[in-house]
Design a protein around this ligand. Structure first.
Ligand code: ADP
Ligand code: MG
Length: 590
C-alpha cells in the first residue's frame, strides 16, 4: 500500500507556527522579500501583523510592547538595510532592559560572500549588542527561535536575534519538525537571607529612609508588593520617570515634588528596579548625601555596587520575591511620620507645588509649555472614560518631556512611557502603537475587544522635533484604526527653538562676517509647520491651535475621535530650555 506523505511546511510556516506556539499575538514589522512570507503565514494563524513605514519605529514599538506586556515583543524586518534601521530598537532594548525578539531575512545561504540581495553579516554585526544572535537552518529554525525568545526574556531582558536566510524561509525541511515547547515565565531569582536581615535592620534604624521605584519594578509588575511595603512601613518613595504609577502619584508618601530634598536628605535608600545612572545622578554628591547607603535590589548581579551603590548590601533578586520577604522582617516597624526628614519633605512639597501652580497659571500669547499642559490636563480631567487609569501618556522631546512629566499625574503602573534611559527621541509614535496593541486589541481568545471600561486612550505629548523622527507612523495608526490623540508642542525648533534673539544674531553674522558663516541655527526647524496635516492626509483629524480656547476644543474633540488626531499647538518660539552658545560665553557682539 502506498502511503501518501503529508507535505512538509515551508520555513516561513514553521516560523509562524513557532511564534504562535510561543503565544505571540502581535508582530511589529516591515516586509520585503523574503520575510513577507513569514508575515503572511503569521497572519493566517491569527497573529496580528502591524506593518510600519520604517524599521526604526517598528523596532521601538516591539521593545515597548515587551515592556508593557512583560514578554518579548516581536519585530520582523528584511535583511541588510532593514536590520541596520532596526538596530535603533536593539539599542533601545539594551539601554532600557526591555525584551525583544528580532527576526530578519537574509540572502540565500549559498550566495553569502557573493554580493547577494541585501546581503549583510547581521549575526556578526549584532552579536556584541544583543543577548543572543543566531542564524537558523531549515531543520533548527523552530528550536532556535524558541531558545532566542527565551534568552531575550530571562535574566535582565534584552534582544534576541534570529537571522532567517531566504532558502530557510522558502525551503522545506527534510525531517519532521517537533512541536515547539512553551517557554514558561522566567524563574524568579531568590534572596540571600543574611543580607536581607541586614537590610531590614538598616531600614529599621534609618533616620531618613527612602524607597526608589524604577521602571524595572514597573516591568516586573511588582505594584502589589511595593504598595504593601510603602503602606505598612510608612517609608516615603520616589518614582523614576517610568517608575511613575507603580504607586499612584497622588499617594501621600510620594516625594516627586520634593525630589531634591528626598535625594539629598536620605540616609538609607532601597532601590527597587532602577539603575544608578544619569537618571539618579549616579548616586553621587552633590545630589545625594556623601554618606548615603544605596541598597540596590536588582535581578542583574552586575548592577550591584555600580557607581555609588553599596555593593556589600545589595541584593540580587526579583522584587516580587525580595519585597514580600522583607515585609515579614519589617513586621511591627513603622517609620516616624513626624521625623525631621518627613517634615522637610512636606515643606519642600508645599513650596514646589505652589510654585508649579503659579507657573501653570501664567497666561501668555503665544502660549508657553506650562499653560499648554495645564489646559490639556484640565480638559482631559473633564472628559472621562468609564474606567479608571484609562489614559496612556507617551512623551518625548526635551522640554515637552521634562515639563509634562510633573504636569500629568499617573495613578496606575505602565501608563507612562518616555524617551527612557537612552533619551531616545523618535520613540513616541512607535510606543503609542505598542500601547494600543498591548491594551486595546481584541483579546485573541475571546475575539472581543476590550470592554469599554478597559479601553485606554493613548495621549502623545511630542515636541516638534521628536514628532519629526517618526511622523509617517501616523498613517500606520490610521490604517489599523487606532485613535491616538497626539499633541505636537511646536516651538519651531529643537530645545528652545529659533528665538528672535538668536535669529537677530544670525542675521548680523550673515551681514558682518563672511557669507559662509551663515545658515540657520542648528536648533531651527521649519516655522509653524502644519504637522496636523499628517493626520488629515490619511483620514485622521488635524487641528492647528494658538489659543487656550482652541486647544481646549481640539483636546475635547480629539479625545472623542475614533481616528488619529494631531493637535499642532503653536507656542512661543524660543520657549524652553536654553542652550548656551559660544557667542554667549565669549560675550560676542550681538
Ligand atoms: P529607571 O530608568 O527607572 O531608573 P532602569 O531601567 O535604569 O530604571 O533600571 C531597571 C532595573 O530593573 C534594571 O537594572 C533591571 O535589571 C532591573 N529589573 C528588571 N526586572 C526586575 C525584577 N523583577 N526584580 C528586580 N530588578 C529587576
Ligand atoms: Mg521644539
Amino acid at each position: 500500500m502506498i502511503v501518501e506523505s503529508i507535505p512538509r511546511p515551508t520555513g516561513a510556516k514553521i516560523v509562524a507556527q513557532t511564534l504562535h506556539s510561543l503565544g505571540v499575538k502581535v508582530i511589529f514589522g516591515l516586509v520585503g522579500i523574503p520575510v513577507v512570507q513569514v508575515a503572511e503565514e503569521a497572519i493566517a494563524l491569527g497573529i496580528r501583523f502591524i506593518a510600519f513605514r520604517n524599521e526604526q519605529a517598528c523596532s521601538y514599538a516591539a521593545t515597548a510592547y515587551g515592556y508593557l506586556t512583560g514578554r518579548p515583543g516581536v519585530c520582523l524586518v528584511v535583511g541588510g538595510p532593514g536590520v541596520l534601521h532596526a538596530m535603533a530598537g536593539i539599542g533601545n532594548a539594551d539601554a532600557n532592559a526591555f525584551p525583544m525578539l528580532l527576526l530578519a531575512g537574509s540572502c540565500e545561504t549559498h550566495l553569502v560572500g557573493r554580493g547577494g540581495f541585501q546581503e549583510m553579516d547581521a549575526v556578526n554585526l549584532l552579536s556584541p549588542h544583543v543577548k543572543k544572535a543566531v542564524r537558523a537552518t531549515l531543520n533548527d529554525v523552530s528550536q532556535k527561535i524558541r531558545d532566542t525568545y527565551r534568552s531575550a526574556w530571562y535574566g535582565r531582558p534584552g534582544t534576541g536575534f534570529v537571522d532567517l536566510p531566504a532558502d530557510v524561509i522558502q525551503g522545506k525541511p527534510c525531517e519532521d519538525i517537533p512541536e515547539t515547547r512553551v517557554v514558561p515565565a522566567p524563574p524568579r531569582v531568590g534572596v540571600d537571607p543574611e543580607r536581607l536581615a541586614q537590610l531590614a535592620a538598616l531600614l529599621r534604624t534609618a533616620d531618613a529612609p527612602l524607597v526608589v521605584v524604577g521602571k524595572g519594578a514597573a516591568y516586573a509588575q511588582t505594584e502589589n508588593c511595593i504598595r504593601q511595603l510603602i503602606e505598612e512601613s510608612g517609608i516615603p518613595f520616589l518614582p523614576t520617570p517610568m517608575g511613575k504609577g507603580v504607586l499612584p502619584d497622588s499617594h501621600p508618601l510620594n516625594t516627586s515634588s520634593a525630589r531634591s530634598t528626598a535625594l539629598k536628605g536620605a540616609d538609607v535608600v532601597l532601590i527597587l528596579g532602577a539603575r544608578l545612572n544619569w537618571i539618579l545622578h549616579f548616586g553621587d554628591e552633590p545630589k545625594w548625601d556623601s554618606n548615603v547607603k544605596l541598597i540596590q535590589v536588582d535581578i542583574s548581579a552586575e548592577e550591584i555596587g555600580k557607581n555609588n551603590g553599596n555593593a556589600e548590601l545589595g541584593i540580587v533578586g526579583d522584587i516580587n520575591v525580595v519585597v514580600p520577604q522583607l515585609l515579614t522582617l519589617l513586621t511591627g516597624y513603622r517609620y516616624n511620620p513626624a521625623s525631621p526628614y518627613i517634615q522637610a519633605l512636606q515643606v519642600s512639597k508645599v513650596k514646589n507645588e505652589a510654585k508649579a501652580a503659579k507657573t501653570a497659571a501664567i497666561v501668555k500669547s503665544p502660549m508657553g509649555y506650562h499653560q499648554v499642559f495645564d489646559t490639556i490636563k484640565r480638559t482631559l480631567s473633564k472628559l472621562s472614560l468609564p474606567g479608571d487609569g484609562n489614559i496612556v501618556y507617551i512623551s518625548e522631546g526635551a522640554n515637552t518631556m521634562d515639563i509634562s512629566r510633573s504636569a500629568f499625574p499617573i495613578e496606575h503602573p505602565r501608563l507612562r512611557m518616555d524617551a527612557g534611559t537612552h533619551a531616545t527621541m523618535g520613540v513616541g509614535l512607535g510606543y503609542a502603537i505598542a500601547a494600543h496593541c498591548a491594551y486595546n486589541l481584541p483579546n485573541p481568545e475571546g475575539h472581543s475587544g476590550p470592554s469599554k471600561a478597559d479601553y485606554k486612550k493613548i495621549v502623545c505629548l511630542e515636541g516638534d522635533s521628536a514628532f519629526g523622527f517618526s511622523m509617517p507612523e501616523v498613517e500606520t495608526m490610521a490604517r489599523y484604526n487606532m485613535s491616538p490623540l497626539i499633541f505636537v508642542v511646536n516651538n519651531s525648533g529643537i530645545y528652545h527653538g529659533d528665538s528672535e534673539e538668536e535669529s537677530q544674531w544670525l542675521a548680523l553674522q550673515r551681514n558682518t562676517n563672511n557669507s559662509e558663516s551663515g545658515g540657520l541655527r542648528s536648533t531651527s526647524l521649519g516655522w509653524e509647520v502644519k504637522y496636523e496635516m499628517m493626520a488629515e492626509m490619511c483620514g485622521g483629524r488635524g487641528y492647528f491651535v494658538r489659543t487656550p480656547d482652541e486647544l481646549e476644543k481640539a483636546t475635547e474633540e480629539g479625545f472623542k475621535a475614533r481616528v488619529p488626531v494631531v493637535v499642532n499647538v503653536v507656542i512661543e518660539s524660543g520657549s524652553g530650555k536654553k542652550l548656551e552658545f559660544a557667542w554667549q560665553k565669549t560675550g560676542a557682539k550681538k
